[in-house]
Write a protein that binds this ligand. Sequence first.
Ligand code: AMP
Ligand code: MG
Length: 407
Amino acid sequence: MKQTGPLKPLDEALRQLLQCASPLSDAEIVSTFDADGRVLAQDLVSALQVPPQDNSSMDGYAVRCADLEAGDALAVTQRIAAGASGEALARGSVARIFTGAPIPAGADAVVMQEDCKVLDDGKVLVQAAVVPGQWIRRAGEDIACGAVVLPRGARLTPAALGLAASIGMSTLKVVRRPRVALFSTGDELVMPGEVAPDQMKPGTIYNSNRFFLRALLLRLGCEVSDLGIVPDRLDATVQALSSAAHEHDLILTSGGVSVGEEDHIKPAVQSLGSLDLWQLAIKPGKPFAYGRVQGAHLIGLPGNPVSSFVTFVLLVRPFLLRLQGLTQSSAGSILMPAHFTWPKADRRREFLRARRNTQGGLDLFANQSSGVLTSVVWADGLVDNPPGQTIAHGDSVRFIPLTEVLG
Ligand code: AMP
Ligand code: MG
């Protein structure tokens, strides 16, 4: 396609896109077991302190430090296992105690069993210096009563589910899942399973975008209606978009987003609502569309698989996270040394498929073409290379780990 206007910088496109993503207001209650990846619809406030009481972080003996000054062996007057609660510690005695068990009143330290000698008469001799407070986990040292352990808008991770459980939450109020309609455009596309590899007609290819886009959407907590392949015809495209608009928050398409004769997304969306067709200043992934179709958002991704993948990560992912109420939603990057060279600068900001090596640097996939999906599978991240920038071996480059953005 010929370049008509100036290219739009990614940051500007992202800002504009996020402005359009007003967070979904509906919430639902789900079991804490099932809340991984969901977004909290309210602050999670603790009604108790964690741990609830001072408890031992060692197997050993609970002691009163003052009783140890004389250096005498002391009687063991009680045994406190995890789950039990002991009596106040009698003066001049110790309590046998195990990890997690509550510290008895009057005790002010725990001596680990390795530092004690049990004498024939059953008394215990402490053989190491003891500091008040040692091996005691303090009540409330993890969470204070009334503390906000996770704010509204936080995305729940496995550890966050554990944290919610630790304050007694068996259910959580989360933002409802975004409903996304997904379809692919292109008369060249056939589905795996429908045509065997040796039966493929010339000019046809398998629909790969449908598979990774669907999986990416599911990982982001979306409810996906997979509407299959829409033929390269205006009437079919209009029909597909208009029936998808009613029950979905977002219609996500791939392909057909340029302005060639076979690209029908633009006129179809324009006949039903509004559309901005952007030429993004990034590589891969130049053509990108955002529009509205009868109340639903529409995002049109480029058809080339790598472009589709990269624009999803850079733009659709933050958009969907913002819809779910996340405030911090863009992909984070870290600085890493390049163990490759990139001698030819591009006027667009590039996102190169790269992988961390065991020497603490980055290797680059040899073929950076936007059709080579192998590069994305091989890579574990993207090098975010500014416009007009070459890269020499050893240069520090910005790296966006895919592990961070695909979770
Ligand atoms: P388009 O954006 O429709 O012009 O497509 C650009 C390139 O991506 C063409 O080579 C298409 O064949 C290819 N392509 C489009 N959609 C898909 C898809 N769903 N799976 C694999 N390749 C695709
Ligand atoms: Mg096409």
